[in-house]
Design a protein around this ligand. Structure first.
Ligand code: GLY
Length: 564
């Protein structure tokens, strides 16, 4: 027997083993940020490089987006920050959603005939809820961060004081809201150029906002909700027809909430709890599809079933969802398999169910809301998915004098006319009626999805379409998709009413269109794409992060290495 032929030289294997071990140690030190603006992504990464964790970076990104993406979010707005604290294996949702002022009333946007006053819940300070972002960033820095709040606000203050350059998207957003930005001198002065949407490359300096951010850096949330800034906010709001009081500001509180949890064929899902409808709706859709062999179907079949799941889920959203601190939302039932099975029982494989055949309820309508999302993973495996909003582009278009704070118009997310039949003859939605101190229903859906081998941190802006975008991306992840394929995926949407599938240009092929049309679906190709998704995918097998920012807009996704 020739033993020499069986001799295995151990050295190459030892070297291979050491290389694998070393590369996995090095790779474990990756971190990443994906956000809607390169300056915000850079601000987050700088904080990570300065020894901050994902939560410090989230504060930096939130504050920087508030400065450089004023049409999407801001310290005059609110949001949801979904945190994963690695060493505690804990997920928590920081609810910094705006609340209705204490003087708000159920019919405050109706005229004497009970009709909605056009624009009243959209433009000017009467449309603004009490902001949650300043309280949320203080809360996150204090309870979860490693660095002082002031350090994490440095970049935002610098960009506000020294200015940032606008891009074509800024010009588009400012054009949409030009008339209303011109309605208050501070807003026009800061965000427009001689009353016009500024050309790309214009420097926007926000000295008052830098001072307000500095007050928050020095005094935490009290720098905003108490003292001089609070006095200015209230006085300016009231002078221009708003109803805020000092008590509204001093009594604002962030709420920590248990996220919505569920699973789809072994994929774990963690998403936003009420007052967002996002997590509940995503789980309901996933549960419906889990009984329908979704993955094995043809392209047209999948779209048909997805649209039917969306239709039924958005009906439930309209009927049941609201602020759980004020109304009884049957969350456990809505995210249960039993409910999904009951809801799915009348789905036909080859026929669309007209929405009017489902139990009637007033529907959410998609409005031109603007919102933002960012995703962060730090080198220790902490994660943040955060979706933030001031609602319409540039929110209410109202800047409280001398503060630089652009106020949200999030009051429009309430149901303005509950209990009154709408043009479809449907009953209004009491769960989301206006009440003092109540949080308005949201669609924002910061989400974590996780399989045995990978996890993803994701979310997007897009009004009522947020939920279906995150849903489609989650299914793409489940089927092995990368961060890039999750954001690139063509988008389509059904929201119960109006009863149609809307889709991005070119997303349905000829076969899809023919088959869906024959099954009775109304189809509408949109003029433009939508959404601005930010995704990070962490591969547990090699400890690498795959990052993607939506190619439809101008964000930035970057991965950095920590080698020491
Ligand atoms: N304002 C958008 C949302 O909260 O869904």
């Amino acid at each position: 027997m020739n033993t020499s032929s069986k001799f295995i030289n151990p050295y190459p294997f030892a070297i291979l083993l050491l290389t694998l071990l070393f590369s996995s140690l090095v790779a474990a030190q990756q971190a990443a940020v994906a956000s809607a603006h390169p300056l915000a992504t850079d601000a987050g990464l700088e904080i990570l490089q300065q020894g901050g964790n994902a939560f410090d970076a989230a504060v930096a990104v939130t504050a920087t987006l508030a400065v450089v993406e004023p049409y999407s979010s801001g310290i005059g707005g609110g949001g949801f920050w979904l945190l994963h604290i690695k060493n505690k294996n804990r997920d928590v949702m920081i609810d910094g959603r705006e609340v209705a002022p204490l003087a708000a009333t159920r019919n405050m946007y109706l005229d004497k005939n009970g009709e909605v006053i056009p624009g009243a819940s959209i433009n000017g300070p009467l449309s603004a809820g009490i902001p949650g972002v300043p309280a949320a960033i203080d809360h996150i820095a204090t309870h979860y961060g490693r660095l002082p709040l002031s350090r994490s606000l440095d970049a935002a203050i610098k960009h506000a004081r020294e200015g940032f350059k606008t891009n074509a998207h800024y010009q588009r957003m400012a054009s949409i809201r030009e008339k209303h930005l011109n309605a208050t001198p501070d807003a026009a002065e800061i965000f427009l150029n001689d009353g016009k949407a500024p050309k790309p490359g214009t420097l926007i300096v926000q000295t008052d906002l830098a001072n307000t951010l500095s007050a928050i850096a020095a005094r935490g949330a009290d720098g905003f909700y108490q003292g001089e800034i609070a006095t200015r906010l209230v006085s300016s709001v009231r002078q221009h027809g708003g109803i805020w009081s000092k008590l509204d500001l001093s009594s604002y509180r962030v709420v920590e909430r248990e996220p919505i949890r569920g699973s789809y064929k072994g994929m774990q899902v963690v998403s936003a709890a009420p007052p967002s409808s996002g997590g509940v709706a995503i789980m309901e859709m996933l549960n419906i599809l889990s009984g329908l062999d979704y993955e094995k179907r043809t392209s047209a079949d999948r779209k048909h079933l997805m649209a039917e799941a969306m239709r039924r889920t958005y009906r439930d959203r309209a009927e049941y969802l609201g602020d759980t601190d004020f109304v009884n939302v049957p969350v456990d039932r809505l995210v249960s398999i039993q409910h999904a099975n009951a809801v799915a029982s009348d789905i036909s494989p080859d026929q669309a169910t007209p929405s009017e055949q489902l139990k009637a309820v007033a529907a959410a309508v998609n409005k031109a809301t603007d919102t933002t999302h960012f995703s962060i993973i730090d080198k220790d495996g902490n994660r943040v998915a955060a979706t933030l909003s001031i609602n319409f582009p540039f929110g209410s278009c109202f800047v409280a004098e001398g503060t630089g704070v652009l106020l949200n118009d999030e009051m429009d997310d309430f149901s303005a006319k509950p209990g009154v039949p709408n043009i479809y003859g449907l009953i209004g939605n009491h769960a989301n009626a206006i009440e003092p101190g109540k949080r308005m229903l949201s669609s924002m859906s910061p989400t974590f999805v996780e399989t045995k081998d990978r996890y993803a941190v994701l979310g997007t802006p897009g009004g009522s379409r947020i939920i279906t975008m995150v849903m489609l991306a989650a299914m793409e992840f489940y089927q092995g998709g990368s961060a890039t394929s999750m954001v690139d995926l063509g988008r389509y949407h059904h929201q119960y009413l109006p009863d149609k599938i809307v889709y991005e240009p070119g997303v349905l092929n000829d076969d899809d269109m023919q088959i869906l049309f024959e099954r009775g679906h109304e189809l509408e190709e949109l003029d433009d794409t939508y959404g601005n998704m930010q995704v990070l995918v962490y591969d547990k097998r090699n400890n690498r992060i795959d990052a993607a920012s939506d190619k439809r807009r101008n964000g930035s996704a970057r991965v950095i290495e920590f080698t020491d």
